[in-house]
Every structure is written in C-alpha cells, then in structure tokens.
Design a binder for this molecule. Structure first.
Ligand SMILES: Cc1cc2nc3c(=O)[nH]c(=O)nc-3n(C[C@H](O)[C@H](O)[C@H](O)COP(=O)(O)O)c2cc1C
Length: 200
C-alpha cells in the first residue's frame, strides 16, 4: 500500500512539474520593433502603431519575446511634425536613444526587426539598436509597414549593416492593413513564415 501511495505521489509531482518546465523554457526568437502611435498616414489618430500590431502578430504565431524600441524623447503625435523630425534625423544621421535594453541577448538565435518606412528609409532609432548589439551568428528577419514604398531598400540596408548575420527575406505590409485587418495580416504573416521556413 505504501508503495502504491509513493507511486501516486511521484506521478502527481511529475505531472505538476511539466507545465512549470514548459513555462520556463526560454524563447529563442525575439521580435524587436519601433512603431509610432498618434496621427499617421491613412489611419487617422491611432493608439497603437501599425508596426507594433504586426510585430505582436509575429510574436504570437512563434511564441517569441518582444522588445519595443521606445524613444527616450517621444516623437510628436502630430503627423507633419513627425515628418519634420524624421527629415532632420536623416539629414544629421542621428542615433536617437531608446528606453532600456535587451536582457539575455545571447538567448536569442533569431531576431525579427520591425519598423515603418520613413522617407524611404529605416527610422534612425532602429539603426541605434542595430549598432548596439552583436548579430554574429544570428538569423535576422526584417518586417515593416508602409503606405506605398513596400520594403523600399531596407532589406539591402540591413544585409549591408549586419554582415555577421544570416538575413532572411522580410515582409512588408500596408500600415492601414496592419492597423485594421488583424486576420488578413495574420494570414500574410503565417504564409511568409512558412516560405522562410520558420513555420509549417
Ligand atoms: C516620418 C514619416 C515618413 C514616412 N515616409 C514614408 C515613405 O517614405 N513611404 C511610405 O510608404 N510610407 C511612409 N510613411 C508612412 C508609414 O510608413 C506608415 O504609415 C507606417 O505604417 C507607420 O507605421 P507605425 O504606425 O508603426 O509607425 C511615413 C510616415 C512617417 C510618420
């Protein structure tokens, strides 16, 4: 009888420990993005940026961790003012700072990098991030939102900057779609993840 009780107790302990173990398994995929809430092209005034919505869909489908590049000096809500600041940042090749940093960088072998296209370019704050970490040996996947430029030349720029990484083909989604069509964006993301071999 004692043996039976011990066996039942051991089984119960084992079952209880399995979910705990699953929860503690660290993610190896990280989704990093910059996104601007407030007034934006074709979407009005939004509470959450378009790229943020897309980034969270990617993270949800892959069970990835998320790190948002939150500017130390916030960008203005007003669209025209934001255009002016982006122009100035590009002119001066600025490196705007963001809040905090990524803990356990070595834990991630795959890093998604997300951004809106700003004047045909990757926003400068994303360059701040890309220059701050060692991407050697990592797999990097760009993703972005836009209102007509697609990826622009951002794929090529990231490949040129992160030479130690393997850069897979990125995905560009219209910002207005990412903002208001979660199902359609989710389907685009799922198909793309299959194409690049990160989902079945
Ligand atoms: C400063 C600025 C510059 C932009 N330049 C472009 C551009 O060159 N090409 C384009 O297609 N969209 C451009 N857009 C539109 C954004 O790329 C688009 O609205 C994007 O979805 C915004 O994403 P977010 O909400 O994550 O910031 C620009 C928007 C801003 C604010």
């Amino acid at each position: 009888m004692n043996k039976l009780l011990s066996l039942i107790l051991a089984m119960a302990l084992l079952c209880a420990s399995i979910p705990a173990f699953a929860e503690e398994t660290p993610a190896h995929v990280l989704v990093v993005y910059f996104s601007h809430a407030g007034e934006n092209n074709n979407v009005g005034v939004i509470e959450e940026g378009n790229t943020s919505k897309m980034g969270k869909i990617i993270a949800e489908q892959l069970g990835a961790d998320v790190f948002e590049l939150v500017p130390v000096v916030p960008y203005p809500e007003d669209y025209d003012s934001c255009l002016d600041i982006a122009t100035e940042e590009q002119r001066t090749d600025a490196r705007p700072e963001y809040e905090g940093g990524i803990e356990n960088w070595d834990q991630y072998d795959t890093v998604f990098i997300g951004y809106p296209i700003w004047w045909g370019e990757i926003p400068n704050i994303v360059c701040t991030f890309m220059e701050a970490y060692d991407f050697t040996g990592k797999t990097v996947i760009p993703f972005n939102t836009h209102e007509g430029s697609g990826q622009a030349h951002s794929q090529r720029d990231i490949e040129g900057l992160l030479t130690g990484a393997t850069v897979l083909k990125g995905l560009a989604v219209r910002g207005s779609k990412a903002q208001s069509d979660a199902d359609g964006t989710g389907t685009d993301v799922a198909n793309w993840l299959k194409q690049i071999g990160l989902a079945q």
